[in-house]
Ligand binder design. Structure first.
Ligand code: GDP
Ligand code: MG
Length: 450
C-alpha cells in the first residue's frame, strides 16, 4: 500500500486515543505531537505540519462532540477531516467529455511518464473508451520501444516514428487519426531539470497538440521538493493537475502529497507500483480512510465490480457481513479476491480490518488459499453448503481426493469457522450501525450492507 509507514504511525497515534479512558488536553497534546513526528518522518514541510497539528489541537479542544459520536470518535473524526484537507480535500476529477480528449504528460527524467501513460490508457480502456498512445520522446533512445511494448501489452493503438528527432513532426503526422479516439495520451521527453530547452520543447508540443489536460508526472520520492517542482512547471508551461508516482516504495510520499496540495495543484491519480494495474484515481477521503485503518469500501467495491458482476459482489458482500456463507461462497470469494490484488491490500480496505490481521499472517494465508482451492474442489456439494458435517472420515476422503494432507483440510475448516466468527462480530447490528454512521459522514452511502 502507498504510504505504509506513515499509515502505521498514524494508526499507532489513534490507538493511543482508543485506549485512553478519557480525553483531555494532555492526551490531545500527546497525540498531536505524535502525528507531527509521523508527518515530519514522511518529509512533510515543517511549517505545514505545525499548522495542521495546531488546527487539530484547537478543534479537538474547542468543538463539542455531537450526540451521534462519542468523544473518541469525535476526535478521530477531526484528525481524519484535517488530514483529508491537508492531503488534497477534493478529488481531482478528470472527466472525458469531448472526443478526442487530449492529455499530455510532462515531467523530468524518470518521474514515471511512460509507465503512467500506459497505466492511464488501461484505466480509460477499462471504462470502455477508445484510447491511443503517442510517443514524442525523441530524446531517449529506447523511449519508442518502451511505450510501443506497453501499448501492445494492453492492446491499445500506438503512434510514433522511430528515429524521428522532431516531436512536432510526429504530432502533425498522426493528428488526423486522433479524432477516432475518445482519449489520446501523449508521452513527452524529460530532462534532469526544467531547463530552458525542456520548457521550449514542451511549449512547442503543446502548441501543436493543443491538449485539454496537461498533467505533471512527479515521483513521490522527491518528498516536499514536489512543491518547487510543481510550482516551476506551473509557471513555465502550465499544468492542469498532477500524477504522483512511486507512492508504493517511498517514505516521503506524505511530503509530496501535502506539497502538491499546498501549491493548489490537484493530484488526479497516484501510481502505487510498477505494474500497469498499480494505479488509482486519487480521492483524498478514501485515501485517508485507508491510511488511518478505517477502510475504503468504495474503492474495494469498485474493484470488486470490475472483476465480478455487481449483483454477485453485493450478494457475496451481504452474505459475508451476515456470516451466512458456505464453502462455495468462500470459493467464489477466493476466486474474485485473487483478482483484486494481494490480500493485504484488500483487507486494508475493509473498515476495522486494516489492523486486525498481521501482514505475515496474510502472506501465509495467500499460500494456504492455493491449497484450499483443491480441497474445496474435492468436497461434495452437501459438504460445501454445510461444512459442519466434515468430520474424521470425510476429512480423510477429502485429503486423499485433493492430494493435500488431513492437516490442510482441518486448517481450512478451522479458518472457515474463524472467518465466520470474525464476520459475526463485524456484522453485528451495533457494529454495522457504527460503520453506517461513519460511512454516511464520509459521504460513502449506498454500500451493500449499509
Ligand atoms: N515502484 C514504482 N515504480 C514506478 C512507478 N511508476 C514508474 N515506476 C518506475 O520508474 C522508472 C521510470 O519510469 P518511466 O516511466 O520510464 O519514467 P519516465 O522517464 O518519466 O518516462 C521505471 O523503472 C518504472 O518502472 C510506480 O508507481 N511505482
Ligand atoms: Mg519516458
Amino acid at each position: 500500500m502507498a504510504l505504509e509507514k506513515l499509515g502505521d504511525k498514524l494508526r499507532g497515534s489513534l490507538q493511543r486515543l482508543f485506549k485512553a479512558t478519557h480525553i483531555d488536553a494532555k492526551l490531545i497534546d500527546q497525540i498531536t505531537a505524535d502525528i507531527k513526528k509521523s508527518l515530519i518522518a514522511a518529509d512533510v514541510n515543517i511549517d505545514l505540519t505545525n499548522k495542521l497539528t495546531e488546527t487539530i489541537k484547537r478543534r479537538a479542544l474547542a468543538e463539542k462532540s455531537s450526540k451521534l459520536l462519542t468523544a473518541r470518535e469525535h476526535t478521530v473524526n477531526i484528525v481524519y477531516d484535517e488530514l483529508v484537507k491537508f492531503l488534497g480535500a477534493e478529488a481531482g476529477k478528470l472527466e472525458i467529455e469531448k472526443k478526442p480528449t487530449k492529455i499530455v504528460l510532462q515531467g523530468l527524467f524518470g518521474s514515471g511518464k511512460t509507465t503512467t501513460a500506459s497505466k492511464l490508457a488501461k484505466y480509460y480502456k477499462k471504462k470502455g473508451l477508445k484510447v491511443a498512445l503517442v510517443q514524442t520522446d525523441t530524446w531517449r533512445p529506447a523511449a519508442f520501444e518502451q511505450l510501443q511494448q506497453l501499448a501492445e501489452k494492453i492492446n491499445v493503438p500506438f503512434y510514433g516514428i522511430k528515429g524521428e528527432k522532431d516531436p512536432i513532426k510526429i504530432i502533425k503526422k498522426f493528428e488526423p487519426d486522433f479524432d477516432n479516439f475518445n482519449v489520446v495520451i501523449l508521452d513527452t521527453a524529460g530532462r534532469d531539470a526544467l531547463n530552458s530547452e525542456l520548457i521550449k520543447e514542451i511549449k512547442a508540443i503543446k502548441e501543436a497538440f493543443r491538449p485539454d489536460e496537461s498533467l505533471l508526472v512527479l515521483s513521490g520520492d522527491i518528498g516536499q521538493t514536489a512543491f518547487k517542482q510543481a510550482d516551476t512547471f506551473k509557471d513555465a508551461v502550465g499544468i492542469s493537475g498532477v500524477i504522483l508516482t512511486k507512492l508504493d516504495g517511498t517514505a516521503k510520499g506524505g511530503g509530496a502529497l501535502s506539497a502538491c496540495s499546498a501549491t493548489g495543484a490537484k493530484v488526479k491519480f497516484i501510481g502505487v507500483g510498477e505494474h500497469i494495474e498499480d494505479f488509482e484515481e486519487y480521492k483524498p477521503k478514501n485515501f485517508v480512510s485507508r491510511l488511518l485503518g478505517m477502510g475504503d469500501l468504495e474503492t474495494l467495491l469498485k474493484k470488486a465490480e470490475e472483476v465480478m458482476d455487481k449483483e454477485t459482489a453485493e450478494e457475496l458482500g451481504k452474505k459475508f457481513l451476515k456470516a451466512e456463507f458456505t464453502l462455495t461462497d468462500v470459493y467464489k470469494q477466493m476466486e474474485s479476491v485473487k483478482k483484486l490484488g494481494p490480500l493485504s491490500q484488500v483487507v486494508g480496505m475493509i473498515p476495522g480490518m486494516a489492523n486486525a490481521i498481521p501482514k505475515e499472517l496474510l502472506e501465509m494465508q495467500e499460500d494456504k488459499m492455493k491449497n484450499w482451492k483443491y480441497i474445496i474442489d474435492s468436497c461434495t456439494i452437501k459438504e460445501r453448503d454445510n461444512p459442519d458435517i466434515i468430520k474424521t472420515s470425510r476429512i480423510s476422503r477429502i485429503a486423499k481426493g485433493s492430494g493435500k494432507s488431513e492437516q490442510d483440510v482441518r486448517d481450512l475448516i478451522k479458518q472457515y469457522n474463524q472467518m465466520k466468527k470474525v464476520m459475526k462480530q463485524m456484522g453485528n447490528p451495533k457494529q454495522l450501525k457504527k460503520l453506517e454512521k461513519l460511512m454516511n459522514m464520509r459521504g460513502l452511502k449506498g454500500m451493500p450492507g449499509f
